[in-house]
Ligand binder design. Structure first.
Ligand SMILES: C[S@@+](CC[C@H](N)C(=O)[O-])C[C@H]1O[C@@H](n2cnc3c(N)ncnc32)[C@H](O)[C@@H]1O
Length: 165
């Protein structure tokens, strides 16, 4: 009973299981988003923090990772100890992304399951993000939105760019 309740709670809160974005594709995603100085970028479900660490290393921005799974969050924190503080700012938060305030985002990066993207995340982003916020979705489109741009590369995963109206 206790276990099935726990499993159901995790499933209900889940964006996707942990599968990391490929580093080469993160570079493509960042180019697509073209962050400007001072931008705030979120990785929703940041796994082991690769997107956050790379984004802040390459751009003068603030990169924030939200991760629900504590062991993955711990890895992010350990990796951040080795991060060069002279580059952009980084922050990791151990929290359910669906209970997190994203209203200060300029860019949102997400790698989630298609049904969760369209049914749960899209309504949250529609009500919470400010107009002009860029949403970058790795591999899967967000149904119900028209992409502003799509990075298609042969034999690689597609990356979708949306702009909040
Ligand atoms: C497909 S992985 C993507 C990891 C990372 N963003 C990347 O691209 O390399 C999805 C991540 O989201 C996390 N996650 C799932 N549901 C979540 C939620 N509700 N709140 C925060 N993190 C969540 C998982 O633990 C997992 O690390």
């Amino acid at each position: 009973m206790g276990f099935s309740f726990l499993a159901m709670s995790i499933a209900a809160a889940s964006l996707a299981p942990w599968v990391p974005s490929r580093k080469k594709d993160v570079l493509r995603a960042l180019q697509l988003a073209s962050p400007k100085k001072g931008d705030v970028i979120y990785d929703l479900g940041c796994g082991t923090g690769t997107v956050v660490l790379l984004a802040a290393k390459l751009y003068p921005i603030k990169a924030i990772g939200i991760e629900m799974a504590f062991p993955l969050y711990l890895i992010c924190k350990i990796r951040s100890l080795f991060y060069n503080k002279k580059a952009g700012a980084i922050k990791f938060i151990n929290k359910n992304l669906f209970k997190s305030d994203l209203s200060d985002a300029d860019i949102v990066y997400v790698f989630g399951m298609p049904s969760v993207l369209s049914k749960r995340l899209r309504p949250k982003l529609e009500t919470e993000l400010k107009p002009g916020t860029k949403i970058v979705s790795y591999v899967f489109p967000i149904e119900g939105w028209d992409p502003e741009d799509v990075d298609w590369l042969k034999d690689r995963n597609p990356i979708y760019l949306y702009i909040k109206k």
